[in-house]
Write a protein that binds this ligand. Structure first.
Ligand code: SF4
Ligand code: MG
Length: 333
């Protein structure tokens, strides 16, 4: 079976001054139907850039796909016209973001906005669209949907707004939902409810989800597979149980320690010193995590680790693992 989404050696660059710098560096991944794949890493690791590349929504004249390919159900998305891509967006692939207030239009009612999505993609009339939007709101756990359709985004709480966004995103039963930090702005209780809802609608609607997050706690709640990204590259990939039992990459191990506890407000990844290198200052050889890695050795700045299987079904890119080592100048640069 063709994977739902297949990304091969994707390179996405951003223009700074006259030059392009890659924010995503040769990333390959597959998302199978009905799977929930987590992409984890701090901000600046390329997670959102990757999803914007999939949606073909990179800022024009600034962001650019510079290599590799993105296939959805076997079709290369880069070859599609804007019109064809518009059909896919919102219908086959849809997206939810961290702050629904920026995605919802403050001057239109909730009902109007959901109905717009439906009327854009389906052959139904306004009356049917209204009926359907009420049913959708109900399906995402919004009480009194008949009156909520008449309300404006600012009249709802953050959690309710995120539910509305989810209703809009699933309105046309997409095959893939990309959720970019959907619960980050919410308090812990609401966060848990939204994750529960996403899990439910994934099952009911038979869709796949890419869950982008900086929080491994979120991953443990709902994901099947996990990809850990650092500075534009995948550093570890395996299924969720294996990752939590046997995290191999030093970066993943640090992320584990940074999982926020239910009872305390933890500053995001406060335990990892230093910052993700900016895309202009990316080291060209060696491990990109070397300046922050507690296990770094002198070779780490000389050998570029290769993402390779250390055990069946568990890939890691760190030279602590034999298969990640490669002779200098071979393979990736
Ligand atoms: Fe740390 Fe070296 Fe492994 Fe990079 S290659 S993660 S610096 S030990
Ligand atoms: Mg982001």
């Amino acid at each position: 079976e063709t994977p739902l989404l297949e990304i091969k050696e994707l390179q996405t660059g951003f223009k700074i001054g006259k030059n392009y710098y890659n924010a995503v560096e040769k990333v390959s991944l597959k998302v199978d139907r009905r799977k929930i794949v987590g992409i984890v890493g701090e901000s600046g690791c390329g997670k959102s850039v990757m999803s914007l590349s999939v949606m073909q929504l990179l800022p024009q004249g600034i962001g650019k796909i510079r290599g590799g390919e993105i296939k959805f159900e076997g079709r290369n998305l880069e070859n599609l016209s804007e019109r064809e891509m518009n059909k896919i967006r919102g219908k086959d692939i849809s997206m939810i973001f961290q702050e629904p207030m920026t995605a919802l239009n403050p001057v239109f009612t909730i009902g109007y906005q959901i109905e717009e999505v439906l009327l854009n993609h389906e052959k139904i009339d306004k009356k049917e669209a209204r009926k359907k939007s009420i049913a959708l709101l109900k399906s995402v756990g919004i009480p009194r949907p008949e009156s909520i359709v008449e309300e404006y985004p600012h009249q709802l709480s953050g959690g309710m707004r995120q539910r509305v966004m989810i209703a809009m995103a699933i309105a046309c039963q997409p095959k893939l939902l990309i959720a970019d930090e959907p619960t980050t702005a919410l308090d812990v209780t609401v966060q848990a409810q939204i994750l529960e809802l996403l899990k439910d609608i994934q099952e009911v609607n038979d869709m796949a989800i890419i869950m982008i997050t900086h929080d491994l706690g979120v991953v443990s709640e709902i994901c099947d597979e996990v990809i850990v990204m650092y500075a534009g590259k995948i550093v570890e990939r395996t299924d969720v149980i294996e990752l939590f039992e046997n995290p191999k990459h030093p970066y993943t191990q640090l992320l584990m320690h940074a999982i926020p506890k239910m009872d305390e407000e933890v500053e995001t990844l406060a335990t990892i010193d230093g910052l993700v290198p900016s895309i202009q200052k990316m080291p060209q050889t060696g491990c990109r995590f070397a300046n922050r890695c507690p296990k770094a050795m002198p070779e780490c700045t000389k050998i570029t680790p290769l993402l390779a299987e250390d055990e069946p079904g568990h890939e890691v890119a760190c030279i602590l693992y034999e298969n990640s080592k490669q002779p200098e100048g071979v393979g990736e640069r």
